[in-house]
Design a protein around this ligand. Structure first.
Ligand SMILES: [Zn+2]
Length: 254
C-alpha cells in the first residue's frame, strides 16, 4: 500500500453513498446475503387483490410518484383508494413511508396502474412504480425516504441494469411527484450509485485479473492474502487506485 493519500481520496468515493453501512465491507463489496437482508428489507402488508395480475411484457423505466397525501398515509389506505377506482388494488409496485419503511404493492413483474393518459403517455405496461408517501407539493420527502429510494433503485438495477428513473410528470400532465421532489439531489446520488455498482461488478468479475496484474507489477506480494473477505476490504482502495490508473491511461490513449 504505497500511496496512502490517493487511497484515502479514492475511498471517499465509496464512503459517500445512500445505502446504510453495515460492517466494514458493507456497500463496498458484493454483500453477503445477511447484509442484503439489512439493506433491503421489504415489508409485506399481505394485501388482498380483487383479481389477478398480468405479467408486464417489457420494463423500460422506473416511475416515481408521491401519494399526494399526509405522511401518515399507510399502504392499506392507498390500496383502498385504488380499489375504489375499480382497480384490483394498489397500482404501485413499491411504497416508501416517511420513516423509510418499504412495502411491496403489486409484484415487481406485474402490469401496474399508476400512469396512463393515452397509449403514448403511459407506463403501466412498461414501468416499475415507486410511490413515496407524502405531498411534495408542500414538503420534501424525508431523508430516510430518499436513502431507501436509492437503495431500492439500486436493488432493482440488479435485475434491470441502469433502468432510467423518471417522474410521473415526465409522462403526462401532472405535478406528481410534486415540485419539492429533489430531482438534482436524487440524480447526483444515483450517479454515485452507478459508479459503485460498476466498481462492484468490476471487482467481482475483474478483480482476480487485476490482482494478477498487480502481482506481476510487484504491487502485491502474495495474491492469496487478498482473497479472504477481510483482506478484500483492505484491498479495495488498491483496486480502486488501480482502476483509476487504468481509466486515466485509457483516457489519455483515446
Ligand atoms: Zn403519480
Amino acid at each position: 500500500m504505497s500511496c496512502p493519500t490517493a487511497q484515502k481520496d479514492i475511498f471517499s468515493i465509496y464512503s459517500y453513498q445512500g445505502t446504510p453501512v453495515v460492517g466494514k465491507t458493507a456497500g463496498l463489496l458484493p454483500s453477503s446475503m445477511e447484509d442484503k437482508k439489512i439493506f433491503m428489507q421489504i415489508l409485506d402488508a399481505e394485501l388482498s387483490f380483487k383479481g389477478s395480475f398480468q405479467v408486464r411484457a417489457k420494463t423500460e423505466k422506473i416511475v416515481i410518484h408521491h401519494s399526494a397525501s399526509s405522511i401518515d398515509t399507510r399502504i392499506n389506505d392507498v390500496h383502498h383508494w385504488h380499489q375504489s377506482r375499480g382497480w384490483i388494488g394498489i397500482g404501485y409496485h413499491y411504497l416508501i413511508y416517511n420513516n423509510g419503511n418499504i412495502y411491496i404493492g403489486r409484484p415487481e413483474w406485474a402490469v401496474g396502474a399508476h400512469a396512463f393518459q393515452d397509449a403514448a403517455h403511459e407506463a403501466n405496461s412498461n414501468g416499475i412504480a415507486i410511490c413515496l408517501i407524502g405531498n411534495f407539493e408542500y414538503q420534501k420527502p424525508s431523508e430516510a425516504q430518499i436513502i431507501k429510494l436509492i437503495t431500492l433503485i439500486r436493488n432493482i438495477w440488479e435485475r434491470y441494469p441502469n433502468l432510467p428513473v423518471i417522474g410521473h410528470k415526465d409522462l403526462m400532465a401532472t405535478a406528481c411527484p410534486g415540485p419539492k421532489f429533489p430531482w438534482p439531489d436524487l440524480y447526483a446520488k444515483l450517479q454515485k450509485e452507478l459508479i459503485v455498482v460498476a466498481l462492484e461488478k468490476w471487482m467481482t468479475e475483474g478483480g482476480q485479473t487485476a490482482l494478477k496484474e498487480l502481482t506481476q507489477k510487484g504491487l502485491v506480494n502474495n495474491p492469496e492474502q487478498w482473497q479472504s473477505e477481510e483482506k478484500m476490504a483492505e484491498a479495495v482502495p488498491l483496486y480502486l487506485f488501480w482502476m483509476m490508473i487504468n481509466r486515466i491511461s485509457n483516457y489519455k490513449g483515446a
